[in-house]
Design a protein around this ligand. Structure first.
Ligand SMILES: [Zn+2]
Length: 267
């Protein structure tokens, strides 16, 4: 900005706010592009949500539970039935508003079926991390990269309530502690069975693993297809979205990151 006497007064630059998360975990999720535009500028990530700003694991072992997760866990079977009925009632309303005849044979039990399906698709909120990793953390003097590739994930886009699905690849470099390999898939499942955005899912898996093992580094890459994209004509069929989250040495050391990407077959 120029002032009256002709000198230039530069606008003070406001330092970028670093989130608490970035400071504590030195981590960040980024969208690294889709198959349609591999060289496109990475999308801006959302502001960190309470879902990742809060500590990964609560005192009772729940991890970023939804508002009503504890109520769901503690409900009696009568309460569970009543909940299912309420959801089914809402589904009936939706079907009616869409012009359907809810009494025709094919739809007779659809509301109840859908209610049960939605409860299943969101069961990850109820998972207790202590049960998920139960007795599977081992002391081990191993300090080489551990990678589990192609973990299938099925999740729900929280903006459209339709599925997104694909593969997760999880890697870490242990610091005297390793996790049973099958537990990495369980961990991914725990966070995928929720209403999600892919960026957050990626970050939550990485942060949880980091919290459980305190490893030297964690890397998570997810490639997924979003029904809200491919089925609505926004993008061509077959497009997929890739997100990654690198923590610790994967973030700080380019060599480690490159080794990981090479092992994934991305370089
Ligand atoms: Zn969506």
């Amino acid at each position: 900005m120029s002032s009256h006497n002709g000198t230039i007064t530069p606008k003070p630059t406001i330092p970028l706010k670093r989130s608490r998360l970035a400071v504590e975990f030195d981590g960040e999720t980024e969208t690294v592009g889709s198959s349609l535009a591999p060289s496109a500028t990475p999308l801006q990530t959302r502001v960190a949500s309470p879902c990742t700003l809060n500590p990964p694991i609560d005192n009772d072992g729940l991890s970023w539970p939804s508002l009503g997760a504890r109520e769901r866990i503690e409900q009696t079977s009568e309460e569970a039935t009543a909940r299912e009925q309420r959801i089914a009632g809402a589904v009936k309303t939706i079907l009616t508003e869409l012009g359907e005849d809810v009494d025709r044979e094919g739809l007779l039990e659809t509301p109840e079926r859908y209610a049960r399906a939605m409860l299943y698709f969101t069961k990850g909120y109820e998972d207790n991390i202590r049960d998920v990793i139960k007795r599977a953390v081992f002391e081990e003097d191993h300090d080489e990269m551990v990678i589990v590739r192609d973990i299938e994930i099925y999740s729900l886009c929280e903006h459209h309530l339709v599925p997104f699905f694909g593969k997760a690849h999880i890697a870490y470099i242990p610091n005297k502690r390793v996790l049973g390999l099958s537990k990495l898939a369980r961990l991914a499942e725990m966070y995928a069975r929720r209403f999600q955005v892919q960026e957050r899912l990626t970050k939550q898996i990485a942060m949880a693993l980091s919290e459980i093992l305190k490893p030297r580094g964690v890397a998570v890459v997810i490639e997924a297809t979003h029904m809200c994209m491919v089925s609505r004509g926004v993008q061509k069929t077959g497009s997929s979205t890739t997100t990654s989250c690198m923590l610790g040495c994967f973030r700080q050391q380019q060599k480690t990151r490159e080794e990981f990407l090479t092992l994934l077959g991305r370089r």
